[in-house]
Design a protein around this ligand. Structure first.
Ligand code: PEP
Ligand code: MG
Length: 552
């Protein structure tokens, strides 16, 4: 038996074959071709492989979503064989006497640039498709599996760590659990695992060996334990845990349809955090009463180029419609820090968590902001959308955001496009500055939502991405809890509501503290809704106190 431990960051037990993530090619290195004919043959084989993959994807899409969705992949498959594209690859190969990967990637870049420069907006938007096709061919040349997972069966995904842009592109139906050598409980991989409700372990370090690939592992996302070849006793213990997990799930299912009220009748809204349109399914299955945080940057991370107004509108509209009139809070783009996107061309920073991220990027690049706000307001006609701005530190930032909203609404009105004039506007409280001026900020907006992941990071000066800070990264620190209380008091004194959308919102140990503060909403991973509801329904709000804010 082999066992090792990391930190359990998403509860649950799972077993399956270990499969190591294959990072997609990021930088293509140019090398001299030893045999040009051989490189040509490699390109031909990779093209055929790509066409087969794209046709298979088109078939799958047709079955699941109809003809319209399948057309995209069929068009991509046709482009692989496009005469001009193929000629451009051959010319590059011969002129540069280089490796196949470089020739395909260069030809892809040239074609994408040519399309991007076209006046016709539809044709210009095809640049992203071309980059996608070229990347697929290059991945096949390099033997990198599509989506990073070289398996047809569901597996336990192992990796050093995953960038948010890699995480969003995973085929989630293939993942039973995660084991990461690095990462932390606050990394976006861990957050995604919790959203999906699958077990995850971070910080396993070198104990996770390459040679474990293809072997069956049992993982426990609560204790952080990984077991291969379990002995009889461990095997029985794991089976017992599987059984308990199933029983707990059945018990929690009885919470569906129940109100989120304490025994003494205090109601608290239990909403969900999502990162994509697909995640709404988990919200509905777990009976979430709204969406408290849609991390819209995941749309950008999943895209090869800036998502257009139309693409964003369709996504926001889909979420709003699927939620059928329940509140959907969409946070504007929050990139920078750990969420890097190549096509934004952000300057490399020494301290990205303190750099140009989130609202700072939007205020510096108004065209990007405008596109997103237009999509949001257009979607507001199809459900109860609220707009939320991240990483606020000053009142002037909020005023500038509101001016941008006013401008967009005026544009839509002039164009005769419907939108909801009453769309709520809120901000994330996730910097110490926003706590200190909460009273002034509350006068500007309709609601606050506390991002405890960043609030803990910035209050305690602890990197949320690091797995080495251990007890120093303590979201229960009285400084963090007192900050929450200050924000709640400022919100209520100004007649607005306040919620928590950071990971702390689902911390059952702190539920009495949140009730004592009068939190109006808790937004959690979909898998946490029913356990939270069960705890709320057993609580008596009037007996809850703020003793956790004291230093003992
Ligand atoms: C937070 O900081 O708590 C939060 C909810 O936002 P994110 O984790 O996406 O930074
Ligand atoms: Mg944050």
């Amino acid at each position: 038996m082999i066992t090792f431990k990391g930190s359990g960051v998403s509860k649950g037990v799972a077993s399956g074959k270990v499969c190591f993530y294959q990072h997609p090619a990021s930088e293509i290195v140019k090398t001299a071709a030893a045999d040009l004919e051989y490189e040509k043959m490699r390109i031909h084989d990779a093209q055929m492989q790509t066409i087969d993959q794209l046709n298979a994807l088109a078939d799958k899409c047709r079955e699941e979503a109809g003809d319209e969705a399948a057309v995209l992949f069929e068009t991509h498959a046709m482009f692989v064989e496009d005469d001009d594209f193929v000629e451009c690859i051959q010319t590059t190969l011969e002129d540069e006497q280089c490796n196949a990967e470089y020739a395909v990637s260069e030809a892809g870049a040239q074609f994408a640039a040519m399309f991007a420069a076209m006046d016709d907006a539809y044709m210009a938007a095809r640049a992203a498709d071309i980059r996608d096709v070229a990347k697929r061919i290059v991945n096949n040349l390099m033997g990198v599996a599509d989506g990073g997972i070289a398996s047809e069966e569901p597996i336990i995904l192992a990796a050093d760590d995953l960038a948010p842009s890699e995480t969003v592109q995973l085929d989630k139906s293939k993942i039973l659990g995660f084991i990461m050598r690095g990462g932390s409980g606050n990394s976006h991989t861990a957050i995604l695992a919790r959203t999906m409700g699958i077990p995850a372990i971070c910080g396993a370090g070198d104990a996770l060996k390459d040679e474990y690939a293809d072997r069956v592992a049992y993982i426990d996302g609560e204790t952080g334990q990984v077991v291969l070849d379990p002995d009889e006793m461990t095997y029985q213990m794991l089976q017992e845990k599987f059984k308990k997990q199933q029983e707990m799930k059945e018990l929690m299912d009885t919470m569906k349809g129940q109100p989120d009220d304490t025994l003494d009748g205090v109601h608290i809204n239990v909403y969900c955090n999502i990162g994509s349109v697909e995640d709404v399914e988990a919200v509905l299955t777990n009976d979430g009463q709204g969406i408290g945080l849609f991390r819209s940057e995941f749309l950008y991370l999943a895209s090869e180029d800036y998502p257009t107004e139309e693409e964003q509108f369709e996504a926001y509209k889909a979420v709003a419609s699927k939620m059928g009139g329940k509140r959907v809070i969409i946070r504007t783009l929050d990139i920078g820090a750990d969420k890097q996107i190549d096509y934004f061309d952000l300057t490399k920073e020494e301290n990205p968590a303190l750099g140009l991220r989130a609202i700072r990027i939007c205020l510096n690049r108004p065209e990007i902001f405008r596109t997103q706000l237009r999509a949001l307001y257009r979607a507001s006609a199809f459900g109860k959308i609220a707009i939320m701005f991240p990483m606020i530190t000053s009142v002037w930032e909020v005023k500038e955001c509101k001016r941008a909203c006013q401008k967009v609404m005026a544009e839509l009105k002039a164009e005769g496009i419907p939108y909801n004039e009453e769309t709520e506007i809120g901000i994330m409280i996730e910097t110490p500055a926003s706590i200190f001026i909460a009273n002034d900020l509350a006068k500007e907006v309709d609601f606050f939502s506390v991002g405890t992941n960043d609030l803990t990071q910035y209050t305690l000066a602890c990197d949320r991405q690091s797995n080495d800070l251990g007890k120093f990264f303590d979201p229960h620190h009285p400084a963090v809890l007192r900050a929450l209380k200050m924000a709640a008091d400022a919100a209520h004194a100004n007649g607005i509501w306040i919620g928590i959308c950071g990971e702390l919102g689902s911390d059952l140990e702190l539920l009495p503290t949140f009730l004592a503060m009068g939190m109006d909403e808790l937004s959690v991973s979909p898998s946490k809704v029913l356990p939270l509801r069960a705890a709320i329904r057993q609580s008596i709000a009037k007996t809850c106190d703020l003793s956790k804010l004291e230093i003992v």
